[in-house]
Design a binder for this molecule. Structure first.
Ligand SMILES: [Cu+2]
Length: 149
């Protein structure tokens, strides 16, 4: 009976330590995702431009911040040799309809003008046979459209 008490005690202690460790770690992960967000710089000609590195299986950066009603031009640079990818960003409400192949080792650009404030997901929609989709493997990002100041 005494030993059972001790085990219960140990378990409670471990849970407490877990809580103490997990809390701050969880916050750190969330703020790391926030700090990854990149404000797409505005060029002198009024276009917001940025280069995105397309790899297997990631977009870098994967969190973009742009202003509404201002053209955006993203240059998609593939650094892969075998696996083709694409860049798909569709939102009827925001007036964005982009579906662009990104050939292996190639560079291509997409251009659109977001008409609505919000967060919009972009993905690679490729999927090979029974393997997990590229999106499931990490090829996903967020375009955050903010109001004009
Ligand atoms: Cu892909």
């Amino acid at each position: 009976m005494k030993s059972i008490m001790r085990i219960t005690h140990l378990k409670a202690g471990a849970a407490l330590i877990g809580l103490m460790l997990f809390g701050p770690l969880h916050q750190a992960a969330a703020s790391a995702a926030e700090s990854r967000a990149v404000v797409v710089p505005l060029s002198a000609d009024g276009v917001q431009r940025l280069e995105i590195t397309v790899d297997s299986y990631s977009f870098t950066p994967d969190r973009l911040i742009v202003k509404e009603n201002t053209p955006v031009e993203l240059t998609l640079k593939s650094v892969t040799w075998i696996v083709p990818h694409n860049f798909v960003l569709k939102s009827l409400e925001a007036g964005i309809d982009v579906e662009q192949e990104v050939p292996t080792g190639g560079t291509t650009a997409v251009r659109f003008t977001p008409r609505r404030v919000g967060k919009f997901k972009f993905v690679c929609t490729k999927k090979l046979l029974f393997f997990p989709s590229h999106e499931d493997q990490g090829m996903v990002g967020i375009l955050e459209v903010r109001k004009q100041p």
